[in-house]
Design a protein around this ligand. Sequence first.
Ligand code: SF4
Length: 465
Amino acid sequence: MHAAADGGLARVRVPGGRLTATQLREIARASASYGNGVIELTSRANIQVRGLGPDGGFAARMADAGLLPSATHERVRNVLASPLTGLDGPGGGGIADVTPLVEELDRRLCARPALAALPGRFMFALDDGRGDVAGFDADSGILPTGPDEAAVLLAGADSGLRVPLGGAVTVLLAAADAFLAEQAAQDVTVWRVSELHDGPARIATRLRAVLAPPSGAAGPGSGGAVPEPGPGRAGGTGEAGGGTGPVRPRAAAFGPVGVVPGGDGARVALGVAVPLGRLTAEQAEALADAAAGGEIRLTPWRGAVLPGLRKDQVAGTAARLVAAGLVVDPDSPWIGVTACTGRPGCARSLADVQADAALVIALSGAAGPSGSPGPPDPDGPAGSRGATSPGGTGGAAPVAGRAPGTGTLPVHWAGCGRRCGRPRGRVADVVATGDGYRVELDGTGRACAGIEETAAAVAAARGDL
Ligand code: SF4
């Protein structure tokens, strides 16, 4: 629990973003009972709840729901995973189902007392080969390069190390050990690998020393060695599969929204965007009710994926979610719009940025509360922009037919110049100034006094004027 301007703020880690429907319902009910009734989704696919009193009732409810399995390690259970892993089959871009690795990593992390000393911002990432979360600058991550090989990522970059997938968790934890050892050796206290002097290279050196098997001995996991990478591939930027050349991950700008075909052809997943990443308790209940497979996966794009829907369930499910104010249309003007906490939750904020962002979207002519024109086609193409493209080059794919004034560039609203929660990559910034907003893109900006002027500047920055 942290103190915020609007009361206690609790953050609950959700490794891999995976929740059961029962857990999501319990979060919704506890947030309404003890907090302000809004569940904020974070860029680490965790949740946070505001407006809590000091009595600890919310934490007790979370513990009872199985969401606080380790009091000592709660802050360090930051584990990102590709949200569609294991769901969309070989054509979806993933190489391996990393779901079992998420569970193994969480279990072994919590079983290591020394790793409770990791900073709360230290992050693990398990990308399944599609390259969607590999670019989130995780401190310790993997990106599969083949069916049984993964590149080891340190501070979001290719370390040059390759490991068998069966040994991935051993290496991820060894990188966390190496971070703590290097921090002590440099006599500093930092949050992230990138903040250490020469951090990625020094940790890679420590990993080689720990993991390279002595002659004749087995390496991590399935017995492979930790070889140096092979020669790089031409045009390999962001590519994950098909060899051991260097990989250069980039963060995908958008998460899955709409229907995602399943690997077996019978079931599909539904990607759901959550406006500004804020789920009301009612919306959370609607998501839990819609979870045909009993599972919800939160995404680092502050949305959710519902696995396991039959095709004949899609239209009704989508209609109920849209009626609750959620978004299943990949062309909705809500896609790619983020905002910091702003007023009243942050004392530094110069504006209620979330209300103003919603007003600007309304001014953009959205088709309805969610901007959704109708139910998605369960047999149509995958409803995702950028996040599921094979190779994971990320960024906004060209999109036809979007509402006027919405554009395709991510836009981030902030109540002050700190710009908390700003996504990676090219982003249009809308920063409160006290006299209005300043809309900035690529180093140039425009001061806007009123909300309509701000809306016009945002539309221009996003590329639709
Ligand atoms: S960007 Fe500024 S106003 Fe927004 S949450 Fe961060 S400190 Fe607060």
